[in-house]
Structures are given as C-alpha cells and as structure tokens.
Design a protein around this ligand. Structure first.
Ligand code: NAD
Ligand code: UD2
Length: 306
C-alpha cells in the first residue's frame, strides 16, 4: 500500500483515478480547489485538501510523506486559457513547477510524478497517426503551457533527479465529464442532447476525425505510468490509434441509444483541427496497456450515467 497525492482528484479524470487507487488498496490524498471539480466526485476513502496547486507552500504540505504524485490539476479549457492567459499559465505551468520542486525534497529521495500533458502540444498534425516524436507546435496558450510542463519535467530530472512521466491525453470521454460546461467535449454534449431529444450541432462537414479515448483507459495508463517515471522524463500518447469521424460518432451514439439523432449542420469552428489521431505504439509497448475500450461500450457508459 502506498500514499499517493492526486492533484485535481475531484475533477473528471482525477476522480476516476482516485477510485481506482482506493480500489487497489492505496491511501489517496487529493489536492483540489474545487473550481471545476466537486466534492461529490471525491472517491470514498480518499482525503481532501482544499487548496491551490499554484501555491508552493500548499503543494509542499500536500506532498509531505507521499510515495508518488499524479498531477492532473489544471485549467483544461483551451478557451479559458485564451481569455485568462497569465492567470491560467500560473496554474497550468507554474503549478507544475511547484509540484516538481516539492518532489525533489522527498524524505527518501525525489518523489515520482506522473502528470497530464495533452495532444494540444502538437498543434495541427502534419501526419497522422501522431507519434511522440512528431513536432510540437502548440497553437494555444494551453498547449504551450502543457509543452512547458514537459520541458520543466525534463529539467527536474536532469538537474534534480526527479523521476517523471508525461501523458499526452487525446480526446478523453466518460461519465462525470460535465456536459453542461461550455468547454465540454463533443461526446458529452452529443449524448446529453440526444438523451433530452434535442438536435445535435455538427460543425463543418462532420468528416473531421478525433481519437476518442475512454476514461478507464486513461486511468490504466496513469496507473502503469507512475512506476515508469524516470529522470529522463519520458512522455507517452494516451489514445486509441483509431480515428472516428463526427458522422461515425453520431451514428454510434444513435446505435447505442437506439434513437436516430437529429442533426443540425453548423459552420465549421474557427481553427478546428481536421484530423487528430495518436499512435499508441510507444505507450502500449512501454506500459503494457490492454486494448482500448470500444467506442460503443464507452458511449453506453456515458449514456447510462446521464
Ligand atoms: P477537470 O476540470 O475535470 O479537472 C481538473 C481538476 O483540477 C478539477 O477538479 C479542478 O477543480 C482542479 N483544479 C483546477 N485548478 C486548480 C488549482 N489552481 N488548484 C487545485 N486544483 C485545481 O479536467 P479533466 O478533464 O479531468 O483534466 C485533467 C487533466 O487532464 C488536466 O491537466 C487537463 O489539462 C488534462 N487533459 C484533459 C483532456 C480531456 O480530454 N479531458 C485532454 C488532454 C489533457
Ligand atoms: C480538444 C480539446 C481541447 C484541445 C484540443 C487540442 C476537449 C473538450 N477539447 O479539442 O481542449 O486540447 O483538443 O487539439 O477535450 N463539435 C461539434 N459540435 C459540438 C461540439 C464539437 O461539431 O457541439 C466538433 C468540433 O468542431 C470538433 C470536434 O467536434 O471538430 C471535437 O470537438 P471537441 O471540442 O470535443 O474537441 P477538440 O478536439 O476540438
């Protein structure tokens, strides 16, 4: 049994991770400011410190005595990061440095850190599927800060010997992704609209593709990644390798709900990426990951949760 810190443990991905850690017998401490997360998401058995991950003293206190840290707290909305550039930079990058800095002062040596990066570090893909060596050319403050996390994790390893591992999540979906948030992912928005018998809005021709990864697969990758944390600061895609177009997604949701969706076609979103698909090869090999949850099975879980 280990004592593990999960920053952002009251959020969408963090709450699933905490539940899995408690289930396998770990002691879980959560640091969360409850800004987008909620107390209701806290896994039974986990303890909660309400505080700001951008505050170094709070982070040092939260890291006391832990065997490892999953750092997921961030402002996950690209739109919010565009609006509140400097404020979100303090949370998305400076707070990661605070975590890595606290990690170098562990009582028994540096504390391993697994942290959330994003497919947003790639910007517009030149070639899909994207492997981890594809050029990183972020197009948003959010993506730039996530890339900054990877660079500082590298520095933490080289200069201070902190073992880390970065996970570049693609389009994550699953229960507890708030469909009412304006920044929510397309799957929660579509499933909720269908459940309420409302039309769904497809932006553009619907032939754009995404790599939709179910939250349980993200949790499995996080669990496998922490023991793989190294001073070399490896990074891995967390994805399925399967492209799904929006039109295919609409068809799948209709199939799972047994209701033909009403679709309203809308103009394309400004700056929308046409194709985003990751290569799973490196993560699958290094982290021994099982095949991903099939889209229809993941969608059934979302619909059951709504
Ligand atoms: P989320 O908003 O549900 O979770 C983030 C959690 O962090 C929330 O509980 C929030 O209250 C907490 N938090 C935010 N600012 C904080 C602060 N200053 N101090 C303490 N806690 C704070 O988002 P999520 O989708 O679960 O994302 C988790 C991580 O995964 C984030 O780092 C995000 O950038 C990354 N990510 C998510 C996706 C996705 O598709 N959901 C894709 C790529 C990367
Ligand atoms: C994801 C992330 C974003 C950023 C980006 C980096 C989410 C929610 N967004 O954006 O934060 O990391 O990847 O590449 O995780 N769409 C519709 N109708 C809707 C909503 C969306 O047609 O009601 C389309 C949208 O135009 C896009 C696709 O669905 O083509 C996926 O949209 P998204 O917002 O879920 O995710 P994405 O990949 O644009």
């Amino acid at each position: 049994m280990a004592l593990l810190l999960v920053t952002g443990g009251c959020g969408f991905i963090g709450s699933h991770l905490c539940a899995a850690l408690v289930a396998r017998g770990d002691e879980v401490r959560v640091l969360d400011d409850l800004s987008t997360g909620s107390r209701a998401n806290l896994a039974p058995g986990a303890s909660l410190l309400v505080g700001n991950v951008a505050d170094p003293a709070t982070v040092r206190a939260a890291m006391q005595g832990v065997d490892g840290c999953f750092h997921l707290a961030a402002i996950a909305s690209v739109a919010r990061c565009t609006e509140a550039w400097l404020e979100t930079h303090r949370i998305n990058l400076s707070a990661t440095i605070a975590v890595l800095d606290a990690a170098r002062a562990g009582a028994n040596g540096p504390i391993p850190v697994a942290y959330a990066s994003s497919a947003a570090i790639y910007g517009v893909p030149e070639l899909v599927p994207l492997d981890e060596d594809a050029p990183a050319r972020p197009l948003s403050a959010y993506g730039a800060d996530k890339l900054g996390c990877e660079l500082h994790a590298r520095v933490a390893g080289v200069v201070h010997g902190v073992p880390s591992v970065g996970l570049r999540f693609f389009n994550v979906y699953g229960p507890r992704q708030d469909p009412r948030s304006p920044y929510s992912g397309v799957i929660s928005i579509f499933c909720e609209r269908l459940a309420r018998a409302q039309p769904i809005a497809v932006h553009g021709d619907g032939r754009q593709t995404r790599d939709f990864v179910y939250v349980a697969d993200v949790v499995a990758a996080l669990l496998a990644a922490l023991p793989a944390a190294r001073a070399e600061a490896p990074v891995f895609n967390v994805c399925t390798g399967q492209p799904t177009s929006l039109l295919e997604l609409v068809a799948s949701i209709g199939r799972v709900c047994r209701t033909p969706p009403q679709v309203s076609h809308q103009p394309p979103r400004l700056g929308d990426i046409r194709h985003s698909v990751g290569s799973v090869l490196r993560a699958r090999q290094a982290l021994q990951l099982a095949p991903p949850v099939a889209l229809d099975d993941g969608l059934a879980q979302v619909i059951a949760w709504l």
